[in-house]
Design a protein around this ligand. Structure first.
Ligand code: XMP
Length: 326
């Protein structure tokens, strides 16, 4: 029967046999799958692995620190962080269309990854030890969905900003190919990874970039990050993390609303809470959160986050509404 310790031992053996003494690269996103696959490969081959984390500036509060501090502390992985925040903001300037945002974010992600990758390849080649392998956090459902193909970097385009260029000459290391999500989490826990990463709810690759309705700016990202942090903290405090599938928090940057705050009239923006319950994200229902929790979140956001004078609740199921607003 299924036992996370056995799976780890088995995968470590397999990974060693595949990689030998070569070098290997992995892209960390802050999500569960890349965190666990990277940790497994590190357990198998140690510092032959370099992990790369691209900070595109569209992350939520604390996520970079979770990777740079907690994840590195718990695994000992050699990590390179690329600060690409400026580049992404510049590329997104003036863009409001959701599909265009997704394309730009995907393209910039690949560019940033290719840059650090070519540095690493040059470094490794200088030492006569080319990098031949790339880690991917492909799960069993992904394998089934994409027809069971193997070996090359073919990744669902929509759902992976970690989607990598097609002409890349890497062999893939995919230690999660036979596993389901809950098994991946169990393995992550067994490996001692931070709960904030292992227990993380789904978060889209394009990040907060598709949770700002309107143009993405540094200022708006800061506002949304603060509001999102409050909503997440209160949901966790109320013990509701297991009731909800995820709860996007969306900034209606192109909408303005009138409020009365402190000494007078304000003209700010609404924030949307989008709590959903789901099995697989294909369909979803809006979660009936307790009124006192909603009230707490609303009070805190309007009191603590500048420019926000209204909190609204999305009560649409999927279909017809998608989970994300963009
Ligand atoms: P929708 O909005 O399509 O979302 O109902 C379904 C699930 O997918 C996530 N999502 C994404 N994940 N890249 C991702 O990696 C994306 O571009 C993307 N768009 C949506 C969403 O958070 C939900 O879990």
């Amino acid at each position: 029967d299924w036992n996370s310790g056995n799976v780890i031992a088995e995968q470590v053996e397999k990974i060693r046999a595949q990689i030998g003494s070569s070098r290997v690269i992995s892209a960390l996103s802050g999500g569960v799958d890349s965190a666990v696959s990277t940790a497994l490969v590190h357990k198998a081959v140690g510092d032959q692995l370099t992990a790369v984390f691209i900070d595109h500036g569209l992350l939520r509060k604390g996520e970079r620190e979770q990777v740079e501090n907690d994840y590195v502390a718990s695994t000992g992985v050699r990590l390179i962080t690329v600060d690409a925040r400026e580049t992404f903001l510049n590329a997104l300037a003036g863009v409001s269309d959701p599909e265009q945002k997704r394309k730009i974010i995907g393209r910039e992600f690949i560019r940033a990854f290719e840059k650090v990758q070519s540095d690493l390849i040059a470094e490794a080649a200088a030492e006569g030890d080319p990098i031949r392998f790339l880690v991917q956090g492909t799960l069993y459902p992904d394998v089934v969905e994409s027809g069971g193909g193997t070996g090359t970097a073919n990744i669902k385009s929509h759902h992976n900003v970690g989607g990598l260029p097609e002409d890349m000459q890497f062999e893939l290391v995919e230690p999660l190919r036979t596993l389901f999500k809950d098994e991946v989490r169990a393995i992550g826990r067994e490996l001692g990874l931070p709960e904030a990463i292992v227990g993380r709810q789904p978060f889209p690759g394009p990040g907060l970039g598709i949770r700002i309705v309107g143009e993405v700016t540094a200022d708006r990202l800061e506002i949304l990050r603060d509001a999102d942090a409050i909503a997440r903290a209160e949901l966790t405090k109320a013990g509701l993390d297991n009731e909800i599938w995820q709860c996007p928090v969306v900034l209606l940057a192109d909408v303005r609303s009138v409020g009365v705050q402190g000494d007078g009239r304000t003209y700010g923006h609404p924030i949307v809470l989008r709590p959903v319950s789901s099995e697989d994200a294909m369909t979803a229902d809006w979660t009936r959160l307790p009124y006192d929790v909603l009230s707490k979140i609303s009070n805190r956001i309007t009191n603590e986050v500048r420019d926000i004078n209204r909190v609204v609740l999305d009560v649409t199921s999927k279909p017809p509404g998608t989970i994300e607003w963009e």
